[in-house]
Write a protein that binds this ligand. Structure first.
Ligand code: SAM
Length: 230
């Protein structure tokens, strides 16, 4: 259940989806011409669990969504709940592939995805697997495509959870890993409206290149600086 994959905090689902949707809308508008309206948009939902994010968010924005989840009975639950969605959408927005593998063993098809969404699962990967996953996954992005990583944040360093064998990294820890992956941090946003006792949660949009609009904006700033000959 949603409550199960969210560790008993099923009630944060609405705030989480709302925060993700606002961030996704900003990114689609800024990074894709026409906000992606004219494209056949495809997303990958990594560590999808029972398909909560696909069902509540991704399927509404993407023509196709693939799900990756190593626990078979989670993936089966996702498949079952999304069959209904697929049927209603008449193939215009559908969950297409269901991959039952862990991220550290997955390599996507070349150039399939506009967005690779990685939420609340990267803490199960070691640093080396993290870097190796993102490096392999880059080839799965279409030109101009991007990753969204949404994760809990430790205040500093990292926090180890020996029960579920996961690691919660800090913002600067993540940034160090992004640079090891050769990824550009295009934009980040904090998730609002979560209970105070939980870790802070942040969303990161990562690109393989510096987007053209950022290069343009930077050169404008440079050109307007006093002392620079235009
Ligand atoms: C807290 S749940 C979050 C599920 C989903 N992302 C969501 O937000 O609803 C963590 C998920 O990560 C999955 N997971 C654990 N290890 C993983 C790995 N090595 N690769 C991919 N997913 C993994 C778990 O099976 C579980 O479905």
């Amino acid at each position: 259940s949603v409550n199960g994959v969210l560790g008993g905090y099923g009630h944060v689902n609405d705030a989480d989806v709302k925060g993700s949707e606002g961030f996704l809308q900003t990114l689609l508008a800024e990074l894709f011409v026409d906000g992606g309206i004219d494209r056949h948009l495809v997303a990958l939902d990594c560590g999808s669990g029972i398909g909560r994010i696909t069902k509540n968010l991704l399927i509404r924005y993407f023509n196709e969504v693939d799900l990756l989840e190593p626990v078979l009975h989670f993936l089966d639950a996702a498949r079952e709940s999304l069959v209904q969605e697929n049927h209603m959408a008449l193939d215009e927005h559908k969950a297409t592939n269901f991959y039952c593998v862990p991220l550290q063993e997955f390599t996507p098809d070349v150039g399939r995805y506009d967005v690779i969404w990685v939420q609340w699962c990267i803490g199960h990967l070691t640093d080396d697997d993290f870097v190796s996953f993102f490096n392999r996954a880059k080839i799965g992005l279409k030109p101009g495509g991007f990753f969204v990583l949404k994760e809990n944040l430790a205040r500093s360093g990292f926090v180890l959870d020996k029960d579920d064998r996961s690691i919660t990294r800090s913002d600067s820890y993540f940034k160090g890993l992004f640079s090891r992956c050769g990824l550009h941090l295009y934009k980040s946003r904090e998730q609002k409206g979560l209970p105070k006792e939980l870790f802070a949660v942040k969303m990161y949009a990562l690109t393989t290149d510096i987007p053209k609009r950022v290069i343009k904006a930077r050169s404008k700033v440079q050109a307007n600086r006093p002392g620079i000959i235009k």
